[in-house]
Design a protein around this ligand. Structure first.
Ligand code: FO1
Length: 316
């Protein structure tokens, strides 16, 4: 069990599985997670923070296992009833999940910051790990589709099923958002800095876009990133449709190039071992590992490998 201060950059499902491994090999009280809020938006007047909730529910052991989001055993009576009044009910918000959004929305209306409410919610779920939203200000990722229309990330991913029609990814809201309190300090003070296996563009790229964050990450340049690809394909989510829109090759090598300015090493799946030499030639230390986190044990092994690579790079 390591006692060093670990900071991790995280998006949703892949990061949640990785972090449930990390808390087995490092003390949760020593871990701070900086979480993407680019997917956040209102549904029915309620503020929904998908990645913060996916991490919270997963780390609390309450996540819905088959989807990787929402609460296990949840029901959808409220959503069913809403269909009587409207047809924009494409985002599956369960009845118990709605309690989180109701509480968060009222606290925000009372003037609490997203950081404060996130702390209340994670403590209510008994978490010791610290989740920091990347910003307390609006930072929604917007996508421009091939016909020129703009939409938010959940409209693209869930309403439209993530088609291959992205013309542009607009992170300008993140760029004009200030980092939440503690974010820059956490990065500067971290003994080990990890990038979870999340979408490098719309989960990690959003965190990097927040004012002042990229400079901090580059000043350190010692992050260890876990590739979200296996055999050049994403385990979940639209990485293969988003990377090309960002001008990045859909491979661990392409992702390595994206992370090069902030990283010292990278974990890639064993299926991509033939890319290891090329990634090392870029200047990154590379380790291959089993990265399909089918069990908590596999997640713990992956997290341990990431920490060992970070220790090695730090000369520990
Ligand atoms: N993803 C879906 O593909 N379909 C859904 O209906 C859906 C509902 C949902 C509700 C709450 C929540 O926290 C996440 C939810 N997600 C759903 C996941 C989400 O769209 C993405 O996984 C994250 O935004 C990307 O990390």
């Amino acid at each position: 069990m390591s006692e060093r201060r670990i900071v991790a950059l995280a998006g949703g499902v892949g990061a949640a599985r990785f972090l449930s491994g990390l808390v087995q090999v490092a003390a949760p009280s020593e871990i701070t997670v900086i979480v993407n809020t680019g997917d956040d938006r209102d549904f029915f007047g309620l503020r929904v923070c998908p990645d913060l909730d996916i991490l919270t529910y997963t780390l609390a052991g309450r996540i819905r296992a088959d989807t990787g989001w929402g609460l296990e055993g949840d029901t959808f009576a409220c959503l069913e009833q809403l269909r009587r009044f409207r047809d924009d009910t494409w985002f599956q918000l369960g009845d118990r999940d709605l309690a989180t959004h109701l509480h968060r929305s009222e606290r925000l209306r009372q003037g609490a910051t997203l950081s404060e409410v996130t702390r209340e919610i994670t403590l209510a779920f008994g978490l010791e790990i610290e989740l920091l939203p990347m910003s307390d200000e609006p930072a929604a990722t917007m996508l421009v589709r091939s016909g020129g229309e703009r939409c938010d990330f959940e409209e693209y991913l869930v309403r439209d099923g993530a088609p291959d029609d992205i013309r542009e990814i607009d992170l300008s809201a993140a760029r004009s958002a200030r980092p939440a309190p503690g974010v820059l300090e956490a990065i500067a003070g971290a003994e080990r800095l990890l990038v979870c296996p999340s979408n490098p563009v719309v989960s990690i790229g959003t965190i990097r876009a927040v004012a002042g964050v990229e400079e901090q990450l580059r000043a350190r340049g010692d992050a260890v990133a876990v590739s979200p690809l296996i055999g050049g394909a994403p385990v979940k989510g639209p990485v293969d449709r988003l990377l090309p829109a960002f001008g990045v090759e859909v491979s661990s090598t392409g992702i390595a190039e994206l992370y090069l300015p902030i990283a010292v090493g990278m974990l890639i799946d064993e299926a991509d071992r033939d890319e290891a030499a090329g990634i090392e030639a870029l200047g990154l230390r590379v380790r291959t590992a089993v990265s399909l986190m089918r069990t908590p044990e596999i997640a713990a092994t992956l997290a341990r490998a990431a920490l060992e690579l970070a220790d090695e790079a730090a000369g520990a």
